[in-house]
Write a protein that binds this ligand. Structure first.
Ligand code: DGL
Length: 266
């Protein structure tokens, strides 16, 4: 258990799989000196079809694991867990926990947009967390949340109807465009992996990967709390853990992260 928090401890990240690496990659750009511990909960993939109770239990177990490794903060690099589990576990720890949806909502809501589309997992859409968080900061914003069809399975290559579901992305983007959104938020950390598909059907500028806003928020908050590492070099220690399929994790990570040794299976 992390008993005394100090700025030179590592930061924990978690997601159901490789999705959170799209956040980690951005994080390393703004805070390259931070040591990190990443947990991919691949045995429970996908999170999007799990119940709230299951998601609370996964999040609690992973944060306990990271806490035992001695982290100074945990980044929930997963929209589904932020939407369904964060509220229930947030007060259980003596270090900061950063949920992606809640940390980005203010900036998105106040960015001058009126109509926002959200693609997310079924569990995230069911929670209506994006809508409620955005409406908190901008009561006039119009939000359309859409659960996408197995995009996580495409990225993790667990999808049995891969070709059909890749083809279907076109219809899903078109349906969203019918809402005339000013911006479309990629409300699942796996979705930036599919950007090359998305931009076949809509201009790149319309898509928002909230990871960029998220890491800036975390950087500022760590600064305010005196938790930025003293390490001045741009080399840092990285440890990866998965709950299943380490080889597949490394293979699927490639677009965002080159992991040179196999993650430890726990
Ligand atoms: N990448 C996660 C998210 O941001 C979870 C996706 C899943 O496993 O369904 O929601």
């Amino acid at each position: 258990m992390t008993s005394i928090i100090n700025n030179n401890l590592p930061i924990g990240f978690f997601d159901s799989g490789v999705g959170g690496l799209s956040v980690l990659a951005r994080f390393k750009k703004v805070l390259p000196a931070e040591n990190i511990i990443y947990f991919g909960d691949t045995i429970h993939l996908p999170y999007g079809n799990k119940s709230r109770e299951e998601l609370i239990s996964y999040a609690g177990n992973i944060i306990n694991f990271l806490s035992e490794k001695g982290v100074k903060a945990v980044i929930i690099a997963c929209n589904t867990s932020s939407a369904q589990a964060y509220d229930y576990i947030k007060d259980n720890y003596n270090f900061p926990i950063y949920p992606i949806i809640q940390c980005c909502a203010k900036q998105v809501a106040e960015s001058g947009i009126n109509r926002v589309g959200i693609f997310a997992t079924e569990a995230t859409v069911k929670s209506k967390k994006y809508s409620s968080e955005l409406l908190k900061y901008n009561p006039n914003i119009q939000v359309k949340e859409m659960a996408s069809k197995n995009w996580v399975g495409i990225v993790e290559r667990t999808d049995e109807n891969l070709d059909e579901n890749i083809k279907n992305i076109k219809n899903e983007i078109r349906e969203m465009l019918d809402f005339h959104p000013d911006k479309i938020i990629l409300g699942c950390t796996h979705y930036p992996y599919l950007m090359d598909e998305f931009i076949k059907y809509a201009p790149k500028e319309i898509f928002v990967d909230p990871a960029e806003i998220f890491v800036e928020y975390i950087k500022q908050d760590l600064k305010n709390k005196g938790l930025i590492s003293d390490n001045k070099s741009d080399k840092s220690r990285e440890q990866f853990y998965v709950s299943a399929n380490p080889k597949e994790f490394v293979r699927n990570a490639k677009i965002f992260y080159d992991i040179d040794s196999l993650p430890e299976l726990v």
